[in-house]
Design a protein around this ligand. Sequence first.
Ligand code: CA
Length: 490
Amino acid sequence: MSALPTAPHRGRHIVRILCRLLVPTLVAGLVAACSEPAGSPTPAAGAQAPKGESRHPNVVFVVIDDLNAWVGFLGEHPQVRTPNLDRLAARGRVFTHAYSTAPLCNPSRSSVLTGLLPTSTGIYDNRQPLRLGLPDVVTLPQYFAAHGYRTAAAGKIFHDEDPQSWQEAQPKVHGPGPRHRPANGLVGAEATLDWAAIDAPEDATYDFQVTAWATDYVRRAGTDPYFLGVGLTAPHLPWYVPREIFEHYPPAETVLPETLEGDLDDVPEVGQLIARRRDEHAEIVAAGSWHDAVAAYLASIELSDKALGGLLDAVDASPRAAETIFVVWSDHGFHLGEKEHWRKGTLWEEGVRVPLLLAGPGVEPGRSEQPVSLVDLYPTLVELAGLAPVPGLDGVSLEPLWQSPETPWNHPALSFKRREAAVRTERWRAVFYRDGGEELYDHQADPHEWHNLAGDPAEAPVLEELRALLPELREPMAPWAEGRSEEDDG
Ligand SMILES: [Ca+2]
């Protein structure tokens, strides 16, 4: 049984979970019956091809790897330069409090691309390939393909490649790096925690190669609707960034994230273990490298943004520019020393908060402050594209948030890490650990999540209300692949 504290309405959850598991299988049959084999550059044969005025919009689906909330349009770091994301945000809908359903690549991306929470997919880790557990699930691009769309992928969209999701995909590319690694002189940290200014042209970087391929795809796309996945990776370690961009961020002037001395003192034991798993913070501080690391992360974000700029220009110049939806998201957050933690893998605000924006036809520009989940992207894009709703998804369409911005939004953002779970509402974050440890943070008074209120008897009813919002963990979890390294590859 679940090690999580159980919700009072377990029976209803079991029925819902069964529905989620069975319905995608039925939909998969329909898709298999009407879609072409993977690899075809043409619209799915037999699918209803949209025509004339009723044509469906294009979708440019951009995911940026390991990008936390440090983007210009969210204002969470004063020095980051993201002019291209910002111009897209200015004409679109920004979700200021968007959360991933897991703080790791594979479970988060699997969730977004299936429209299912980790509690439904059973995928909590990078070592659980999507198709091992859900061989027939209909992914978001597959659903679009079944409705007459061309689908194509540039760069990293799924954690593991998923050929059946795309009719066309960019061959794998690699970016340049320094001759000697680690280049930053840190010896105790794992080799991937590295950064350097490199003397390579921007065009040689992974992200520029990805957007170059995507740009070419847009130019040759014609007028049939397409769903184009674009996966950028610069903010993912290691941060090897062309020198010209790197020099925008002099370490001595770089602003560090705000932290509280002793912040972990009131965090339960499992939370402390997660935070200090590698103990990289102590080495980075001792080496005097904290500013350098933050500067390198900022530079890597600018690299992704700059690569995206060329694609934005190409789409804007394309014949169907006005009929193209952009969505930009990140697979999870990223710590740079908050709670003595580096990288990902936590259920705190830094670990799961992500940039999310939508722009294009049907999207009312503006900002939504309510907490939303990336699991909502599947139903939202299906609705925006005018496709038939998909039954059994865990998310909800975000469209009501711009149709009537004052409407209360009773959909808490849920995030999962193995046997840990977090609930985020407009005011609160609660974290529940496998050993019964709990955290409760009041974002009205404590936006940094420094003061754990879980032991405060006055807040016990709040904690119980939040716990009741959790679905039960699916047991067993999805199958595990042998020989995969843990956690860090995504
Ligand atoms: Ca604390």
